[in-house]
Design a protein around this ligand. Structure first.
Ligand code: PMP
Ligand code: GLN
Length: 380
């Protein structure tokens, strides 16, 4: 058949996880924790199912969870979205990203994407009949060049997508960046999609600059997050979108005919957790910072050169002292021959910087897993 998505194959995360499984490699590729979810969360999920919350949830999300999200947003970002008209619970951030794009992006529109970019953005744009306009981040620091973003804006631009902390680099946008974004979008019809799934995983005392903190930005933004990252349960696929009422109304039109509603028991469980244990997400930065520091120290004892990681749970590492292979071939070789799986960076780009020799390693792992990987990497 004539494919609607000619550029799309199987996602690199699936490709590398399958290869890791086939070869028994230590999998630091696909981003998921290999440790347990909080015990209390499992108890709450169990309770929700036993209490009979096993039928369709309300389309927009269980009210107690939307309330808890609104209260958390107030606590953390100083702005309380309206529970009924501005908060929608989704099947992971992936569904929210798809919905937001399809809610407002029309055929023939352009969407500005900053490369490297998470891989689900462009296919959703393509399916909307629109075009992704790729603007590269700085290849050394992964900071946006806002002048280039400005130059990429045309009368057809409908949306700008940002992601902080950033996958794959961990780079974070500053308050000054957010002011610049506000300036760029002022007096335009351009919407902002702010992918903030790593919002609570920030290091070195830095503050996550949510678009929700910014009165001007939140008027035109879809702010998207995921409980998968915050509660170590990527397989549960529960996320949410906060957007002003008019945008949420359009977003919900897509959501209601995409999935209608999201797994009800987990919504009740998260509602209980968010209110009862704010300490969980407050301490997430420190929890991952210790893992980042230990892993970085270990990598310094190998030929890999680790890049700085301001946030998120991925470590980029330059492997040019190990191999001249391109990043995809290098990751295949590392998995098959050396028993460690990483993610190549080139799939995150429209055109990868020539000669870039970077891989992404996930450190959301138990010490034993990271130690096993390091032991193998030390031999290279
Ligand atoms: N955006 C980014 C930047 C991500 O890294 C991920 C998942 N790793 C997602 C979106 C998707 O999140 P979810 O698993 O909740 O769909
Ligand atoms: N977001 C995860 C990552 O970046 C992967 C999620 C997926 O496999 N789709 O590794």
């Amino acid at each position: 058949i004539e494919t609607k998505l000619p550029k799309v194959g199987t996602t690199i995360f699936t490709v590398m996880s399958q290869l890791a499984a086939e070869h028994g490699a230590v999998n630091l590729g696909q981003g998921f924790p290999d440790f347990s979810v909080p015990g209390r969360l499992v108890d709450e999920l169990d309770r929700a199912m036993r209490d009979g919350h096993n039928q369709y949830a309300p389309m927009t999300g269980v009210p107690a969870l939307r309330n808890a999200i609104a209260a958390k947003t107030q606590r953390v970002y100083g702005h309380r979205p309206d529970t009924d008209t501005e908060v929608t619970v989704t099947s992971g951030a992936t569904e929210a990203i798809f919905n937001a794009i399809h809610a407002v992006v029309r055929a023939g529109d352009e969407v500005i994407v900053l490369d490297p970019a998470y891989d689900c953005y462009e296919p959703a744009i393509d399916l909307a009949g629109a075009r992704a306009v790729h603007v590269p981040l700085d290849p050394a620091t992964f900071a946006p060049d806002w002048q280039r973003v400005k130059d990429a804006i045309t009368p057809r631009t409908r949306m700008l997508m940002i992601n902080s902390p950033h996958n794959p680099s961990g780079a974070m946008l500053s308050a000054a960046d957010m002011d610049i974004v506000a300036g760029l979008l002022r007096d335009t019809g351009i919407f902002l999609l702010s992918d903030e799934v790593y919002e609570h995983i920030v290091f070195d005392g830095a503050r996550h600059e949510s678009a929700l903190r910014h009165p001007e930005l939140r008027e035109r933004a879809f702010v998207i997050s995921s409980f998968g990252k915050t509660y170590h349960c990527t397989g549960w696929k529960i996320g949410y979108c906060i957007a002003p009422p008019a945008l949420s109304a359009e977003f919900r039109k897509v959501h209601q005919y995409n999935v209608f509603c999201t797994f009800a028991p987990a919504q009740h469980a998260f509602a209980a957790m968010l209110d009862a244990e704010p300490g969980h997400y407050e301490q997430l930065g420190a929890f991952y910072e210790a893992k980042r520091d230990r892993f970085r120290e270990q990598l310094l004892g190998t030929k890999f050169r680790p890049l700085p990681v301001p946030g998120g749970y991925f470590q980029l590492a330059d492997y040019s002292a190990v191999s001249d292979l391109d990043d995809f071939e290098f990751c295949r070789w590392l998995t098959i021959e050396k028993g460690v799986t990483a993610i190549p960076l080139s799939p995150f780009y429209e055109s990868p910087p020539p000669g870039q020799r970077l891989v992404r390693l996930c450190f959301a792992k138990n010490e034993a897993t990271l130690d096993a990987a390091i032991e193998r990497l030390q031999k290279l």
